[in-house]
Design a protein around this ligand. Structure first.
Ligand SMILES: Nc1nc2c(c(=O)[nH]1)N[C@@H](CN(C=O)c1ccc(C(=O)N[C@@H](CCC(=O)O)C(=O)O)cc1)CN2
Length: 302
């Protein structure tokens, strides 16, 4: 039986409806969620993504500001803009679209964003909060992948999850989020000699390498859940992921499509983080439940 599609568009619609409801409640209390989006340069795909983010903000009832700068915008000028937005009480989240032009150091820029407004979850402090199981902003793409996995009903405890890719923004946080749910996690990367050896043992595979056909049907355990984070183009210029959808969907039980899987969820989780940032300013009993994950208290192996 072919795999069931995990529909990121449908899940996004459901989550965004709830986000809009919570945003309206905040707005009624004089605290409309606000997101600042900054883009530097003329990468066409990045411009599409930021446009979609600003539109998603409007649809959810958020306030948003979009700041567009030419490719030669100075690093210090960008840092100054971030400092101003850090101090703006109407802004609860700041996002600088990646990639940045080569003359700008992305770490400097990310670390300039106040941790309380780091809704991309990219800063060293946000990463540390994730490692330490503390509440904090989770990077939007892996956070969205977890929501997609949740819809399959799989209990991750004791399951073997393989993450392909070790980027700071997707692979590593993805592995930590799976670990928080008590999965046994393997991270594979460019120096892993036999990728298929690992993926064939996996109940869940998350492919995040940025190379098409990285995962094929013969590399997947029957009944596995497969999440495709890749955004690539095939020979005909058509959008495709890292997974060979045709062969893998014959073997897996659940699979995300590209487009329509992880991509829309990245933007949805950005809205979620911004909303939660706005809610954090409220007195404790008025805030909605957060996203902190409990540690497994069992003694011995933890
Ligand atoms: N500051 C950030 N920069 C970047 C991030 C990020 O999370 N924060 N992620 C990516 C790009 N990205 C969001 O910014 C993103 C990529 C793809 C999609 C998406 O909806 N994709 C669609 C297909 C769209 C198309 O037709 O091209 C899909 O998969 O269905 C949303 C957001 C890098 N930079």
């Amino acid at each position: 039986m072919p795999a069931q599609l995990i529909d990121g568009v449908k899940l996004s619609q459901q989550l965004r409806a709830d986000i809009a409801r919570r945003a309206a409640e905040l707005t009624a209390q004089g605290r409309q969620p606000g997101l600042a989006v900054i883009i530097v340069g003329d990468d066409p795909a990045s411009h599409v993504y930021v446009r979609n983010k600003v539109k998603a903000c409007g649809d959810a009832g958020f306030h948003s500001v979009l700041e567009k700068y030419e490719a030669d915008f100075a690093e210090q000028a960008l840092l100054d803009r971030i400092a101003a937005l850090n101090a703006d009480p109407g802004i609860h989240g700041i996002l600088v679209q990646m990639p940045l032009p080569r003359h700008i150091d992305p770490s400097k820029v990310i670390e300039a964003i106040a941790t309380t407004k780091d809704v991309d979850g990219y800063s060293v402090l946000s990463a540390g909060e994730l490692v330490a199981n503390l509440p904090g902003f989770r990077p939007c793409t892996p956070y969205g992948c977890m929501k997609l996995i949740e819809t399959t009903g799989i209990d991750l405890r004791g399951k073997h999850a393989v993450v392909i890719g070790r980027s700071n923004t997707v692979g590593k946080p993805m592995a930590l989020l799976l670990l928080q749910q008590n999965a046994t996690v393997t991270i594979c990367h460019s120096a892993t000699p036999d990728l298929g050896y690992h993926t064939r043992q996996a109940d869940v595979v998350v492919a995040a390498v940025g190379r098409r056909n990285t995962l094929t049907g013969d590399m997947v355990k029957p009944g596995a859940v497969v999440i495709d984070v890749g955004i690539n183009r095939d020979d005909d210029g058509k959008l495709c992921g890292d997974v060979d959808f045709a062969s893998v969907s014959e073997v897996a039980a659940h699979i995300t499509p590209v487009p329509g899987g992880v991509g829309p969820m990245t933007i949805t989780m950005l809205l979620m983080n911004t909303l939660e940032s706005a809610e954090r300013g409220l007195p404790k009993n008025e805030a909605q439940p957060g996203q902190a994950q409990g540690m497994d208290p069992k003694p011995g192996l933890v």
